[in-house]
Structures are given as C-alpha cells and as structure tokens.
Ligand binder design. Structure first.
Ligand SMILES: [Zn+2]
Ligand SMILES: [Zn+2]
Length: 722
C-alpha cells in the first residue's frame, strides 16, 4: 500500500489520505502517527470503502506518514463497531475512535513511570492546603498532576510536599503481566436451574457465534454464579471475557466475588484508574493477556484481542446510557459488538428493561430464567406504610411503623437499609422571611444543602457555595430553612430516634472510589454498621446476608417528573433495593412509605405481580408508539445567548422534513432550561420503527447553519427528557 486513509483523533476533521513511505508497513487498523499542519496526530488506518472522504487529494500532494506504533492493529470487528456507533448515534467517527484509543500513554514505549505517595511524615509547615492534600490523598498513589486533582490543590502544593519529605517518588513497572484467573479455583455448588443456564451459556461460548441471551432471575437468584461459568468457558477456550457494570461503585463487591471464585482479580477498567494502571490495562487487553475485564461502559470500546463473551450485568440500568459526548447506550452497543465479534452476550437482570423483554418476545434473544432465590433465602415480604394514615411527626420522614421495625431489627443484631434517592441534607433551601430560594446561577436547579461538607451544591453543574449567614435578598440573619429530606437529614433523624444505632450514609458523595466502596463493604461485613442510609448506589450488587430490613422512605419519588420510563424505572429501582433484604438464611422485610398506595407500581411490588405490571406497561408503550415499538430522537439546542438558542431551535423546527410516520414536537424550552450557563431548547422527533430516522436528521440538520456559539446535539433513543 502506498496510500493510506487515516481516521485521525480529531472530531472536527474527516478522514485524510497519506503516503506510506516505502520502508513502512501498514494495514487496516494500524495505529499511526501522521502530520497535520505543523503538528503530529495519532490516527488509525481505515479501509477507504468504509470511510469515504470528501477531501481526496492527488498522489503528488500527499504527505508522508511519520510512523506506525508497535501495537496490534485495531481489529476489523472493532472498526465496524466504531463505524456503526458513529452512524447510529450521529457522532463523529473520531469521537468514537477516541474511546478505543483511550490511553494516550499506552501508545508510547517505556516500561516504568514515577508516581508519588505519602510517606506519613507531617511537614513542619502544615498550611491548610497541605493538610487538605495529605488528608485527601491518604493511601493513594499517582502522578503529581493526578494527586493534585484528587486533593483539589495546585501541582505546586504537591511538589512542595515532595520537597518537605511528606510525599515521595516511587518507580512503578507499568507493564507487569496480570495474573490469570483460575477456572477451577473454587467451582460453586449450583442449583439445577443455575446449572442448566450455565451450561447453555458455556455451550454458546464454545460455539463462537452471535447469541444474545437474557439472563432473568429475581434478586438473589445467583445470576452472577451462572455467568461466571460462561467466563470459565471463555478462559478454557483461551479467550477474553468482558463484564460491564453500570457504575464503578459496583465494581468492588463484584471483584470480591470474582476473586473468591477464580483466585485472582479481573482487570478493572473505569474512570478512577491512574494513568499507569490505564496504560497497563489497555496494553494487556490489546495483546490478549488481560483475560477477564470488568468495567464501566467505556470498557466496551477497548481493543480486545480475542473476545469470547460479553456480560452486561444489571442490564436494565439507565446509567448505561451516556449523556454527553457520544450519547450511546452501552447495553445496545454491547449487543452490536457481540454481533460484529460473532460471540454470545448475556444481559443479566432481575428487572429486565422492556426493550430487552420485547427482544425475547419476538424471538431475537434467548431467555434463561432462574425461578427462585438461591439456597435457603426467600424473597422478602413487601408491605406498605400509607403515609396518609400513619404519618411521621412534623419535620420528620420516618413513620412510626418504620421506626419500630428499625428498632426491632437492630435489637436482633441485624442490619437495616433506608433508601432515599436524594443526596445531601435537603433538596431546597429557602428564607423564612422573604421566601427567597437558592438557585444555581448556571442552571435551572435548586442548590442542594450538604451539611457534611457545609456547602450548597448544584447537582447538575457542580457549582458550590458556602451556606450564607444571612439571606442575600432580605439580609435577615439565621433565616434559612431546609425543605424536604435528603439522606443526610434521614441520618440525623435516625440518630435522634435511635441514638445507639451506628449509621452510614452511602451516596456518590461518600463512596466516590472503589477503595471507599471496599471500606464500606468491610464495615458492613464486620457488623460495624446497623443502618445504611443510601441513594440508588446501594440498590444493587451488594450481598449482605445480615441485612433483613429495607425501608423505602419515599416510594413515590421516582414517579415525579414522569417521562415515558418513570413507572418502569421506579419499579426496577424499588424491586432492586427490596432485593437487598433477606439474602441469607434470615427472612427479609421491606416497608414502602407511600402517599399513593393504589398506584400500579406500588401494587405490583406488593403483590409480586411483576409480569402483570410489565404487560400493562408494554401495552401502553405499544399504544403510544413509544420505544421499543417506535423511536424517539431528541434535538437539544444550546447557547450562552438565549436568542441564539431560540432562533436556531425555531429554524430547525421550521425546516423539519415531511416524512411518513414521523412527527416533530417543539421546539420548547427544555425542562432544564439552563444548564452550565447555557440556555437550552428541545425538539423531540417521534418516528415509527422502520424509519431511518438518523438519515432523515442527518440530511435535515446537514443543510442548516447556525451561529458559532450554538451547539446542536442529537440524542438518539433518549433516556433523559430534561
Ligand atoms: Zn430573605
Ligand atoms: Zn448548576
């Protein structure tokens, strides 16, 4: 090949052609370094027929490629996945490629890096910044830049600590091989139902063909043990396995179970990895040495050498949907990757998404069902506390019945979980004199009080401020009141009612790294915690046999602001959190606090009639032509200037094409009308399933122009309607 088409890591550019110098050998997938103006840029060689270019130049004007990296080429199935993802989600191919080449340092040579860690020595001059740095860094290790980010201080502060001897350099060998999980380390005793399902998955791995399966079983039915046998089959066949989890907080309990079964940890891939860990994992995944990878959605685009199985655990979770950048749904893209790789994929869940159930229904996915809980464990009994009949006292949120149950549970030496999907102390703060409400200056959102860290925070943009002593509007002092509860406020209530109980708050504020999650799991297992008060972070993945009571503080919360999936999501979330109770030999009990005991979601949970609930939900989606029976795409227009956003949104609305089976709603101000200082307008495209809505939108928007400061994002198959 003397000429090569290269997809460059620059989303603003299309693919460009280069000359391949005679002494250089490249093939499709080769990772290369190319000149771009005065700079050098990384790219991947692509088949021209798969990557059309509108910047064709003659042979005489081509520039030479600079070099080829000594790495395995990006394989054809991953190249096809990158093209498909870019096409389906209307994203620049380069933006998708960037997710595959997600460790810049992995491309370079060099086998050691210098990292830094605390020595335990306290410097003579301990400024507040230095104290903060040492406290936040704790046991962690990383580059100066990484430690500075963890500590929220400048690089200079870290360097000062190095000079003072409080932090020292350590040389890290970056490419040490990973230990190989041992399939016969501790094989589990499976129930007959588990064994049947496990054998089907193992056979599919050996068959090496695309084979999507829904592994459906109630919480505690032992789905993990079942798909572990699929991983065993992949290991025996010398192939790699990928397990996707919806959030990194879940990685920790998973790692423990994996290590107990296979004797070694799998290779973890998530945003909390240090640069050196990221590099080591990327290279080992690429050369096939990393046998089992567990990761967040970004692990999906890594260059596996020899993938044999994909598992998506908690497959119903909406956090698999990426909400910025390339707005893909990792569950759906995982199915496509399995299809291009020609391998089986297992979607595991106790509460499968309606989309997945429909694929089973029409025969596209196989269904593997685990009927009951594993061993002696029974499903917990779910009952209602009607807050209109059995209300808590004023300014309290736990009904007497729930408090009594808590007290009894703790008295028996068992553990309880209170679930409220609201971080912080209170969702809204206002002035009792003038009614002033604290709003984020950048977003259409209230500032949420966080008492543990003594600040008000916006959960959308991260803006924070100290709670002011006086009202900024009327200047009255000590006039601020907290409205409604968050988990911190429930923790206060528990402390006031049950002063002996040892409580722990579990949210993304307290469990922000795998290490923090490990600490929490250890404390739970040691019995050092009586009551967990947590957000959706504790609703899944955890397995605590001594946890016997789950109290849902506000079972109606998920139904507010109802988008099309509100009822389904609410059902899934409460069923998942209920599933934390009674996983051992002791029976579990679940109490739902509600003001709407008659709501279909609540009734389905109490009666255990999940099938009836799903059937009714599915039917109403079918009637509305909503997914999976029809399709949506959202067009989100944003600008720092309100007029520009409105004008552009109107232009898009005015020029909407006529297509059979397609309706365009809007534009209208988004519910989150302002986000991070940008005004937002939304349009919603509703189309029948068969319509190539991406193609329509591509042509439609491709013909329009808008001011430079305007951003137009298309969210195909949206999950958020904010
Ligand atoms: Zn005021
Ligand atoms: Zn904000």
């Amino acid at each position: 090949m003397s000429r090569a088409r290269v997809l460059l890591l620059n989303a603003a550019l299309g693919p460009l052609d280069y000359r391949v110098p005679r002494e250089m050998a490249v093939e499709p997938g080769s990772i290369v370094l190319a000149p771009l103006g005065p700079r050098q840029i990384v790219g991947v060689v692509w088949e021209p027929e798969h990557m059309p270019s509108n910047a064709e130049v003659g042979d005489n004007r081509l520039r030479n490629l600079i070099g080829v990296y000594d790495l395995p080429p990006i394989a054809a199935p991953l190249r096809r996945l990158i093209e498909w993802t870019a096409d389906y989600y209307l994203a620049p191919p380069a933006a998708v490629l960037r997710m595959a080449l997600s460790s810049a340092s992995a491309l370079e040579g060099g086998r050691t890096v210098i990292e830094y860690r605390a020595t335990g020595l306290v410097p003579d001059r301990l400024t507040p910044q230095r104290a903060q740095a040492l406290e936040r860094i704790g046991e962690r290790q990383g580059l100066v830049r990484e430690l500075a980010a963890i500590a929220d201080v400048s690089d200079g502060v870290i360097r000062g600590l190095v000079k003072a001897g409080a932090i020292r350099a350590v040389e890290v060998a970056v490419d040490d091989p990973f230990p190989i999980p041992d399939p016969i380390h501790a094989p589990p005793a499976l129930s007959p139902e588990q064994r049947d399902a496990a054998e089907i998955i193992a056979a599919a791995v050996h068959a090496r063909a695309f084979d999507p399966m829904s592994l459906d079983g109630v919480t505690g039915s032992g789905k993990t043990e079942v798909y572990f046998e699929g991983i065993t089959a992949a290991l025996e066949a010398g192939r790699q396995a990928l397990v996707l989890l919806p959030e990194i907080a879940l990685t920790e309990p998973f790692l423990k179970r994996f290590e107990a079964r296979f004797g070694h940890l799998p290779v973890a891939w998530h945003s909390d990895l240090r640069q050196s860990q990221r590099r080591r994992a990327w290279r080992a995944i690429g050369n096939g040495e990393a046998k089992v990878v567990v990761g967040a959605r970004s692990a999906l685009f890594l260059p596996y050498r020899n993938l044999g199985l994909i598992v998506v655990d908690e497959a119903h979770e909406t956090s698999f949907k990426q909400e910025e950048g390339v707005m893909y749904h990792a569950r759906d893209v995982a199915v496509m990757r399995a299809s291009f790789e020609n391998i089986p994929i297992v979607l595991a869940s106790a509460t499968q998404a309606i989309e997945t159930r429909q694929m089973v229904e029409i025969g596209k996915y196989r269904e593997l069902k685990l009927p009951g809980r594993y061993g002696a464990a029974q499903l917990p009994e779910i009952s209602i506390i009607d807050l209109t009949q059995d209300p808590p006292p004023r300014q309290r949120w736990l009904a007497p019945t729930l408090v009594k149950a808590l007290d009894e549970t703790i008295g028996r030496g068992e553990q309880a979980l209170l679930f409220l999907n609201r971080r912080g102390y209170a969702p809204l703060t206002l002035c009792r004199h003038c009614g002033h409400r604290f709003r984020c200056p950048n977003c259409t959102a209230w500032m949420v009080e966080h008492r543990l860290t003594a600040r008000l925070a916006c959960h959308h943009c991260g803006h924070i401020m100290p709670p002011p002593a006086a009202c900024p509007e009327c200047h009255a002092e000590d006039s601020l009141v907290a409205c409604g509860p968050g988990v911190e406020r429930i923790a206060d209530e528990v402390a006031a009612l049950l002063p002996e109980a040892r409580a722990a708050i579990v949210t993304s504020d307290t469990i922000w790294s795998p290490a923090k999650a490990a600490e929490f799991v250890n404390r739970m297992e040691a019995g050092d915690i009586d009551v967990v008060i947590g957000t959706q972070l504790v609703t899944k993945g955890y397995h605590f046999p001594n946890l016997t009571l789950v109290g849902v503080v506000d079972a109606d919360l998920g139904l507010q602001g109802g988008d099309l999936r509100a009822a389904e999501r609410s059902f899934q979330q409460i069923a998942q959190v209920a599933g934390r109770a009674g996983r051992g030999t002791k029976p579990g009990r679940v109490l739902l606090q509600t003001r709407e005991p008659g709501a279909p979601v609540i009734q389905a949970l109490v009666s255990g009639d999940a099938e009836g609930f799903y059937a009714a939900e599915t039917e109403s989606r079918r009637e509305a032509g909503a997914p999976p029976f029809g399709r949506y795409a959202a067009i989100i227009v944003s600008s720092e200037k309100l007029e520009e956003a409105v004008e552009t949104a109107r232009l898009i609305g005015r020029t909407a094409p006529e297509a059979e089976g397609m309706i365009v709603f809007g534009p209208a101000p988004a519910p989150l009308a302002m986000l991070r200082g940008r005004h937002r307008q939304r349009l919603l495209v509703h189309a029948r399933r068969a319509l190539d809505v991406q193609d329509v939108i591509r042509t439609w928007l491709g013909a329009l122009e808008w001011p430079r400061g305007v951003r137009v994002a298309v969210d195909v198959d949206p999950y958020s309607f904010l």
